[in-house]
Design a protein around this ligand. Sequence first.
Ligand code: CAA
Length: 395
Amino acid sequence: MFFELNEEQLAVQAAAREFAQKELKPGVIERDAKGAYPKEEVRKMVELGFMGMMASPEYGGGGMDTLSYVLAMEEISKVDSSCSVIMSVNNSLVCWGLETFGTEEQKAKYLTKLATGEWIGAFCLSEPEAGSDATHQRTTAVDMGDHYLLNGTKNWITNGGSSNVHLVMAQTHPEAGHRGINAFIVETDWDGVAIGAKEEKLGIRASDTHTIMYTDVKVPKENRIGEDGFGFKFAMKTLDGGRIGIAAQALGIAGGAYELALEYSKQREAFGKPISRHQAIAFKLADMATEIEAAKLMVYRAAWLKDQGLPYDTASAMAKLYASEVAMRHTVEAVQIHGGYGYVKEYHVERLMRDAKITQIYEGTSEIQRIVISRAVLEGQLYLPVFGSSMEQKV
Ligand code: CAA
């Protein structure tokens, strides 16, 4: 096994780190407090090529591997997860989904704009009554011959108010269940697309989360992605990669909180010495460092599997499950280490704790990841058996 990053990956990591430190850190507390969309910061992410990192250069993307994308997500998320989720949805749900499953015409028309960041995309699967149970889509797309007529409501849509293009999942053949779902490319300035108010959220407050209403939206036939009925599989396959991005976000949040807690504990004195020298705090730091390292190996491995063209659905679910739980657990501990200072908004650490929570919810809750993982476990995909059947275990 080879654990070193190559030169390109190290350069991406350094660039993202510098960007996060110089451009994101100064205003992040204020943007969070106001819930202000980071327009200028997104413009800089576009300039730096962070919005279409994995898309092929022929469509205007960076042509980078998934691990480079993960490294950038991690560094940016240490400081500002509102920015990193905007980037994550555009990269791993919208650009990747279009490049992998779109037609050449769709890529020429849409991916070229999305990969360069000229346009921003959103991924519209969740509905008021279909979140985790994503097969039960109530949004409908009725086949009208030369176009589809789209009607329905989507919610919790990241980039909902700031995007030019939506990838929308909708039911075309209700009698066929999930095999009747299709995915469509919808331009947000088409008649019938209405954007609801921005959500007031606990965390990632600067990112742009909206409910979207579609009323008799005419979607040209050529804007359907894949074969008729491919929409649910499109969503699932795309989310397999998306979850690696969110796992990287969680890893970054945990890393940022760890760094803040470590530095604070070295400076803050109690009972005649820095609190880091008290075992109660030192052991917390040891647990943080160990679990963050374990999460890092899982997230990087999931990215590596994807880059090798090997199956990564279970690895990505495991990485997201574990990294998000580490992020939640250790941002809480980081606040605890800061004591009262951890509980006030002039310090970054309370924001990281609030931001961590969403990584256990979006792109599949921790419970959904456990469904995905347990299915792989029960199919015997994960370990080579040693003991054989339960009967053979008897001595
Ligand atoms: N790849 C390819 N196909 C897949 C798949 C995958 N990873 N997972 C499921 N499928 C296929 C199955 O093979 C099956 O197809 P067939 O019937 O043709 O064999 C079909 O999809 C239905 O699958 P299941 O029978 O497993 O369906 P289910 O209802 O039991 O469970 C689920 C599916 C895994 C729970 C799924 O509903 C799920 O992932 N739910 C969570 C949805 C989610 O992650 N939402 C996030 C919203 S997006 C977001 O948050 C973006 C943002 O803005 C930040």
